[in-house]
Design a binder for this molecule. Structure first.
Ligand code: P5A
Length: 434
């Protein structure tokens, strides 16, 4: 994209309403704008990051055999009456009436709906196990929406649901999803710690929160540093092998991640390299047995013909929250330092002298080579403004095209994460960026 024709309204001043660094940087870098309390419009750069995160989540869900689908945002109240959650959910649920006075709601989650869809078409144990997911907007009328997209009212979630014939099967699905989560977050350049959790309004008796370390986080975590060295690659752990999954799960939950020192001092005692930190919850997974299948009347015929209520789990990733959480993890005083995997653009091209024949020619040549994956700063602005905006927006690479170098085909290459700069030939620069 050409920056002169891009809606990327950067701000020099720090917006007064933003209390945490990710919120400030998202506004300053022109990624989002608030349209109502806790509701955000995703501007082109922010939207690209959101899509990149979504795609990583999608690929890792697909890799463990989860099926993508799309359920609506608006739901009928009726199903929630059957599960008993319509009243239990309280004021966080946005309730709507249609023109026929029918009670509807903007979905805060989809356990009821997926259970109902499954009930309509799955009849036999032979069709199990199955996992389904969608990536869809949710609404929760939080009392105090704050921290920008990290605690919004409208937010994007990946929510997956598993159906198994019995507890043993459901545990395998749960572990498989935990593995997919470890791989998902690792691809984004972070390790998320699975912390034993209360299951809250989703219900059930086995639950983990995934916490990204960041000093501004709301959750306190205790863990073993050995956790950071764990290999979760397909070569080390196969999601097809229950034995592999059990070993992975045991290592993950017994030796490495602790809940809360006070809750389980015996476990903490055994931890070798004790670490403590604050973090942000970016995912939450639940096993809840037949909590929804029973009241909603979902049964399948077991192998002897008797009806069995499937054991279920649900698994959430805060896709829009991750945009903020990753900024909390990767930034400095000048701005964002996007991990390569999620950056809005792989590189920024800074033309320091728009109108100079050599600068324009080289910049255009580089821009064409990136086939859309570069942001070309072609604005008639001072060099200082271009440097500051590129650092603020956080593209992993900056290619600086100045009149002196351009004449001899040389550019300055800057790696945003390290600040390292080198003056190189154009071809060498492109080869390094890869
Ligand atoms: C799991 C999937 C659920 O809703 N039902 C379907 C289960 N879990 S959860 O913990 O309540 O939410 C899952 C993840 O969504 C993110 N999240 C939010 N992100 C931004 N703003 C919010 N207000 C918000 N609430 C939840 C979190 O990352 C959470 O882990």
């Amino acid at each position: 994209m050409r920056l002169s024709r891009t809606l990327a309204p950067t701000l020099k001043e720090t917006p007064a309403e933003a209390q945490i660094v990710s919120h400030r940087l998202m506004l300053r870098a022109g990624l989002v704008r608030q349209t109502a309390a806790g509701i955000y419009a995703w501007l082109p750069l922010g939207f690209r990051v959101l899509k990149n995160i979504e795609q990583i989540v999608r690929e890792e869900q697909d890799a463990i055999g989860a099926q993508e689908m799309l359920m609506p945002t608006i739901q009928a109240a009726e199903l929630w009456r059957q599960s008993g959650r319509y009243d239990a959910y309280g004021p966080e649920m946005l309730r709507i009436k249609d023109r026929h006075d029918r009670e509807m709601l903007y979905g805060p989650t989809n356990e009821e709906m997926i259970t109902d869809l499954f009930r309509q078409s799955v009849k036999s144990y032979r069709e199990l196990p199955q996992m389904l997911y969608h990536i869809q907007w949710k609404f929760r009328d939080e009392v105090r929406p704050r921290f920008g997209v990290m605690r919004g009212r409208e937010f994007l979630m990946k929510d997956a649901y598993s159906f198994d014939l019995d507890y043993a099967g459901a545990v395998i699905s749960y572990r498989r999803m935990m593995l997919a989560y470890m791989r998902t977050f690792q691809r984004m350049g972070v390790k998320a710690i699975p912390m034993e959790a209360e299951s809250g309004p989703i219900g059930g008796n086995l639950s983990h929160e995934f916490i990204i370390l960041a000093p501004t986080g709301e959750s306190q975590v205790w863990y073993d540093a050995a956790f950071e060295r764990m290999d979760v690659s397909p070569a080390a752990v196969s999601h097809h092998s229950p034995a592999d999954l059990e070993r992975f799960f045991t290592e993950m939950t017994t030796h490495y991640a602790a809940t809360d020192e006070k809750h389980d001092p015996a476990l903490w005692e055994k931890v070798q390299e004790k670490r403590e930190g604050r973090g942000i919850e970016v995912g939450h997974i639940f096993y809840f047995g037949t909590k929804y299948s029973s009241p909603l009347g979902l049964t399948v015929a077991g192998s002897d013909g008797t009806p069995v209520a499937p054991h279920m789990g649900s698994y959430g990733v805060g896709v829009s929250r991750l945009v903020g959480a990753l900024i909390e993890a990767f930034h400095d005083d000048a701005g964002i330092k996007w991990p390569d995997a999620v950056a809005p653009f792989r590189a920024a091209i800074l033309n320091l002298k728009v109108g100079d024949a050599a600068c324009d020619r080289i910049s255009e040549e580089i821009y064409a080579k990136f086939a859309g994956d570069a942001l070309y700063d072609d604005r008639e602005e001072r060099a200082g403004v271009k440097f500051a905006d590129a650092d603020l927006m956080g593209h992993p690479w900056q290619i600086v095209v100045g009149p002196r170098g351009a004449a001899s085909g040389r550019v300055e290459l800057k790696r945003r994460a390290t600040g390292e700069r080198q003056e190189v030939d154009l071809d060498a620069a492109l080869a390094q960026i890869g």
